[in-house]
Write a protein that binds this ligand. Sequence first.
Ligand SMILES: *Cc1c(COP(=O)(O)O)cnc(C)c1O
Length: 377
Amino acid sequence: MTQDVTAADTRVPLTVMDNHDPELLRELMEAVERVAETGAFTGGSFVERFESAFASYCEATYAIGVSSGTEALILALRALEIEPGDEVIVPANSFVATAEAVWLAGGRPRFADVDPDTQLMTPGTLERAYDPRVRGVIPVHLFGRTADMHGIMALTREWGIWVVEDSAQAHGARYAGRPVGTWGDAGTFSFYPAKNLGAWGDAGAVVTGRADVAERIRLLRSHGEQPRYHHRMIGTTGRLDALQAAVLERKLERLENWNSQRRRIAESLHEAASGLEHIALPPRPEAPADHVYHQFVVRAEQRDALRAHLDSAGIATGLHYPVPIHRSDAFRAFAPEHDVAPVATRLAGEICSLPMFPGMSDSQIERVADALLEFVP
Ligand SMILES: *Cc1c(COP(=O)(O)O)cnc(C)c1O
């Protein structure tokens, strides 16, 4: 094992998984065992218990467990009765699933640019992307930072279009004190293992205050079936597994603590590495915004040199994301010839994600901060 290796000899990882915490691992193994003993692997009490715990955590009326964050988006759009060819505005700077879901639900993504500092779609970039064919918008609380929901909701109300908040990276973040996911018509979450709340495989959820949307998602995730073998609408296999629900229910109890640790780590990095000349740290959130630091993303003009420097200092880094969605091979055809999101394009060449995970030690934080301070492009 690593006990006899000093901290300086080991690399600082970008993130760690549950196998890193023996006590948690044991608790989750027990939860998995209890599900296995019941033999009920789809639906049932484990799924219902997690749904109700997650709804109350999000201060939402309904939470519906589904098979992934992508499926959560697709089912939310379908429940909102998206029609073939409907345009939906998504930020150009997000994980590709935000745009994929629009296409998979029959719509067409329309890309909005982002703010260079927060890296988020803003009311301003949303307004520039708007067109009367647009039927909905998917703001993304990217990296755990909350989008300007006051401004975005004001515009979408004026336009009479729906809002689905992609909260896959922001479980537990609050904008103006109100949890993400509850501002629009629906909010979607991913429990991919590396997310702030992660399952032991793929899983997701939709939260909503609308009874009609909740009911349609419940039907859609399981073949539109009600009662058994009577299919009221064309659905899919999009359910949350009982095993994942049992794991998630236990981990949800720790989420507030984990998010606090992420915020504390971000603050320590800000304090220890202030006054950098060649690296911009992610700006601290200003009220009413919040940040749960799914990723701690810095920017540097000499980004590749920074990554090489950190690598040689034994510090792992990531790129979220190296290609903005509108310039990817998959989605190029949906964006006009001229670059509709030049800021997102420029950011892709400047961003660098640093290690960020609950349990990151003071010495690991110090090593990251020191390496940042030592960087000379
Ligand atoms: C992870 C993620 C998704 C997709 O979630 P999956 O569970 O991987 O399908 C969607 N949107 C964003 C912003 C994400 O980070």
